[in-house]
Write a protein of this length. Sequence first.
Length: 345
Amino acid sequence: MEMTEKLSILCVLNQRGKYRIIKEAVKEGESPEECLLRTDKIRENNPALSWKARGILTLVREGKFTEYVFLFSAHGSDSMEKEKSANIVSWENAGEVLNKVAGEEEKICFRLLMDDGPFFSLKVILDRRNILQLASLNGKSLELFDILREDGSVSGIVRERGVAHLDGSLHPTSHIWIVRRNQKSGWDLLLQKRSLMKDSNPGCYDISSAGHVAAGDAYLPAALRELEEELGIRAEEKDLHLAGMRKAYFEDVFYGKPFQDYEISAVYIYARPVDEEKLILQESEVEAVKWMDFKECCREVKEGSMKNCIYMDELEIVGKYLDIWNTEEDEGYDPKRGNGGKICR
């Protein structure tokens, strides 16, 4: 087997938020740096482009030889301003690049190379259909999602979490609202305060517990897992009651990076007794929890008087469900049935 069959380079060129990707096979007897510098796009802009080695990709494809891709990033200098009309204007933004990049491994590489960072080792495993099976960064597994069609069915595409949030791919999540009866509006909600380490909405009050549905998993098992991981609650399937399904889109900028969250969420109610003092909070996810009266929560979310990332349409789903449960459960109503799984838009 010749070296050109297993060694290559990938470089992301970045100039004022516009990007290009360079891919090239490494010739026998050639170093990755020599391969990079002989490419036309680098030679045309050198020395205006400042490049550096950023990492290595180990790409494992079922039934094929392992490939090794040396990863570089290059940034333009102010001296490139005069070339803007002839050169940079033809470059693309992050979304356009992701739409054109076919391989999930290259999408992950692009995401990691968009910004400066330490040298890294990325491993990606694809099956014979080129469906993503595993991605690990410096030996730690990255989260993978099943990408959904608009009707909520699984598309067959598996995507890494960071890429899904960069390009706004539709994916499944599970939301769990922990409730208890009170003498005020009828119900309290347990709110969690998101950790300051979160990649979105750090330090905001949020749903009691929520998380993504991992590739190959389903809404209910994911909900049970999130409850245990985030709060230390070991629940059973019968303890979670489906209040409804919700499709939502959200976008913002966090830490200087664009963030798009497009998801279909299964909204569950958990009403078993909970002592907030005995919860085991996952430090990387949850900073604190507090009980709040349902109507008070609705008012503060609507007025914006509480730092939160809770949406009124989801509170409406929860409120409608609790109202039905409260008035009809003694008449044979089955709260676990919810609204039959209908997506609320």
